[in-house]
Design a protein around this ligand. Structure first.
Ligand SMILES: [Zn+2]
Length: 312
């Protein structure tokens, strides 16, 4: 349907393949139709994606109620209110149970469903992005792989398996305080880095060294309730081309207005390497910029910019 306005919820990665080496399912662009149903558009190598931005501000994406490790309800925003706090309106922000996670970490009480979610084992990881910028982070057991896939990491290692979500956040703060690793790398910095990525093998060795430092810190910290682990995160095959040193350019248009259309070659997190009709050049886009925007799908195409191909 070409004229249906869809609210974009973002790029989501499915669970990894059960068999090692099997190609995983591609990520999807998750779209909310006006009747509250969802459309998921696969973002695979060769997928043509065309859309036009509707006018207006970003809308609220609703909130979550948590019932356990694997069960949560996504409650859509009642009025599709404008987003006021991140991707939520004030009402959904207050109602969101995941917001209470930080209370739990500080010893506060949380609802039973969220408590059972937080009591599952959690993983501590070190992730490295395309320019070498790195962070420490946490993933629940059931989202161990996806948590890294959705952030657009080029290389990552698990450094500890913690008994629950409280212990893992204590470890995370410890690695930040004593190891100097931040807990966030901004999307704009990740996208800019993917426009001129460092060689992936160099990023892998940099990540391995940082992960070893973190493991050393943890094993002498005197905390309990976790074990140090040696495990490498496996980057999805679809991200390979975007994470390699090929010629590409930053996408020259803002994703907050206008018509866009391109063919996807490679995807890493919410970042896409795409070709435009009328040129062989490849461009890096951050589809995460569409989150909260309303789009209409259709046979649109991006205007080809006048860029001068770098000489190699
Ligand atoms: Zn809302």
């Amino acid at each position: 349907m070409t004229d249906t306005p869809y609210l974009v919820h973002g790029v989501f990665w499915p669970a990894p393949p059960e068999q090692a080496g099997a190609p995983g399912a591609p990520p999807v662009l998750r779209l909310q139709a006006p009747d509250g149903t969802f459309l998921e558009t696969a973002l695979d190598d060769g997928t043509r994606l065309g859309f036009r931005l509707a006018a207006g501000r970003k809308s609220c994406l609703g909130h979550h109620r948590v019932h356990g490790p694997a069960r949560r309800d996504h409650v859509l925003c009642r009025n599709q209110s404008p987003a006021a706090r991140g991707h939520q309106c004030e009402r959904c922000f207050v109602a969101d149970e995941f917001r209470l996670m930080h209370e739990f970490h500080r010893g506060g009480g949380v609802p039973p469903g969220l408590r059972s979610y937080l009591m599952q084992p959690h993983w501590l990881y070190v992730a490295t992005f395309a320019n070498g910028a790195s962070k420490v982070g946490t993933a629940s057991d059931l989202r161990k792989w996806q948590r890294l896939a959705e952030q657009g990491a080029v290389a990552a290692s698990y450094v500890a398996r913690a008994a629950d979500g409280r212990v893992v956040r204590i470890l995370e703060d410890l690695v930040t305080r004593d190891g100097g690793l931040p807990q966030q790398v901004r999307s704009a910095a990740k996208a800019a880095a993917l426009a001129a990525p460092a060689p992936a093998d160099r990023l892998s060795s940099h990540n391995a060294a940082l992960a070893d430092d973190a493991r050393r810190l943890l094993s002498t910290a005197g905390e309990t309730g976790f074990e140090v682990v040696q495990e490498t995160w496996k980057r999805p095959g679809l991200a390979g081309r975007l994470c390699s040193v090929t010629a590409r350019h930053p996408y020259p248009h803002e994703l907050d207005a206008g018509a866009h259309g391109f063919t996807i070659r490679s995807v890493c997190g919410p970042f896409v390497l795409a070709t435009l009709e009328g040129t062989d050049l490849e461009f890096v886009l951050d589809l995460g910029r569409l989150k909260g925007r309303t789009i209409e799908l259709g046979e649109h195409r991006s205007e080809v910019p006048a860029v001068q191909e770098a000489l190699f």
